[in-house]
Design a protein around this ligand. Structure first.
Ligand code: FAD
Length: 397
């Protein structure tokens, strides 16, 4: 199958991971990215041991450590009192437990290191300004038409075009999206601008009555990523690049602990994103076409696993293609290996919303009991071990 040309729509974290994994196995790849350049507006990403394991396998260990941050621990804090509780294992204990680290990284840094590794193997593998509009299968070929009218031919096609995937719609029809009643604010704070030392070394999930805030350092600790989730139903735009006003972000979190207010106050430009729930697909392969990442199992961010899933998908896809002579068999097998896990993440993320926003956090006594029930070592292990211990490098394909 080494002559097979794989056309991948989308140069996000999933599309680039798949491209690198395929190139490293000797396959030909063309990534078609609609944007005029591969770039990311400011935002952080948490990579669990399940994600870093894949990136290490792809040869990116040193490059990742040069730009990421390994938080010493992750904490739960209560929205108004600021009371702290230990959360998931990070640092050395994550490596001991799962065999790979838990790190946080700026998305632009992660995209760049994937892109550099791809271009070292094939400088022409990624084509920007290439918006995929139509896919057609004809015998042993897939014909892809771009927005500029040009057509490319490949022997297989991967739709890694994200949440609003055109390729999912063409292959499998519309997936209804249900508004969750929530908005995610996000922004970056230069670490030197805030006084609280703990913010630079610890990842924190602040939990509240009708909102939660996730903070962690990125870019070697130079920046702090802040994501604030709040229940409100007056904003319906689902986009990374939609700017918002800092005053409105502050208003949404009025009454929260001064550490939260300090972080929000020091964001240069916040962005806001309406959160929608979609059912994951269980079948996403048709002949020589398949999907990966948010295109097939778009998830809410409450397990911080969407990008990790896209990265795992990319490697498992390449491993299946290597393992099976026939491309259609390989793509179908990839889908079978990944469908259940992708769906479990989507459902688990949705379930976390009621956990992070809870009326028992209204006063300190009930808050303490609530946190001890929901974030004791056993419940944490039950919720996260299956996620972090997954090994996309060795799972049976
Ligand atoms: C607030 C928030 C916080 C999050 N935090 C985390 C986290 O900490 N950890 C984590 O694992 N996940 C997190 N996620 C989820 C994560 O961002 C996504 O799951 C992940 O980016 C999906 O990767 P992808 O490659 O499938 O899609 P994307 O990253 O969306 O990439 C899709 C690419 O396809 C391109 N494209 C789209 N249409 C076309 C077309 N027609 N032709 C060509 N190109 C096209 C786009 O321009 C884009 O580059 C978070 C999400 C949100 C909203």
């Amino acid at each position: 199958m080494s002559d097979t040309m794989f056309l991948i729509a989308g140069g996000g974290l999933g599309g680039l991971s798949a491209a690198l994994a395929l190139l490293k196995r000797g396959f030909k790849v063309r990534v078609l990215e609609q944007a005029p350049q591969i770039k990311e507006v400011g935002a952080g990403i948490q990579l669990g041991p399940n994600g870093t394991r894949v990136l290490f396998h792809l040869g990116l260990r040193d490059a990742l450590f040069a730009c990421c941050y390994e938080v010493r621990r992750k904490e739960i804090r209560v929205w108004d009192s600021g009371d702290r509780y230990q959360f998931v294992s990070t640092g050395a204990s994550a490596v001991n437990k799962y065999g790979a680290p838990y790190v946080t990284v700026h998305r632009a840094d992660l995209l760049n290191l994937l892109l550099d590794a791809i271009r070292r193997i094939d400088p022409d593998a990624v084509q920007v300004g290439a918006k995929v509009e139509r896919i057609r299968q004809a015998d042993a070929e897939v014909h892809v038409t771009l927005a500029d009218g040009s057509t490319l031919k490949g022997s297989a096609f991967v739709g890694a075009d994200g949440l609003h995937s055109i390729t999912r719609r063409q292959l499998f029809g519309d997936t209804p999206a249900e508004f969750t009643g929530g908005v995610a604010w996000r922004g970056l704070v230069p670490a030197g601008k805030v006084s609280s030392e703990f913010s630079r070394t610890v990842g924190t999930t602040w939990i509240g009555l009708d909102g939660h805030v996730v903070t962690y350092p990125v870019r070697r600790g130079e920046l702090i990523n802040v994501v604030g989730h709040i229940e409100r139903d007056d904003w319906r735009i689902e986009s990374w690049t939609e700017p918002g006003e800092k005053s409105e972000f502050l208003q949404d979190f009025a009454g929260w602990h001064p550490d939260v207010i300090e972080l929000i106050s020091n964001i240069d430009q916040p962005f806001k994103w309406a959160l929608f729930l979609r059912k994951p697909l269980l079948v996403w392969t048709a002949g020589r076409c398949t999907l990966l990442g948010d295109a097939c199992h778009p998830t809410l961010p409450y397990l911080a696993q969407g990008a990790n899933m896209a990265i795992e998908d990319g490697l498992v896809l390449a491993r299946c293609i290597e393992a099976y002579e026939d491309v259609e068999t390989a793509l179908k097998r990839y889908e079978q290996v990944r469908a259940e896990r992708g769906a479990a993440i989507v459902h688990g993320s949705a379930a976390n919303l009621a956990r992070f926003h809870n009326p028992r956090l209204a006063n300190p006594e009930t808050a303490r009991d609530y946190v001890m029930e929901e974030w004791n070592p056993q419940t944490i292990a039950d919720r996260y071990d299956w996620i972090y211990s997954y090994d996309a490098v060795n799972t049976a394909v």
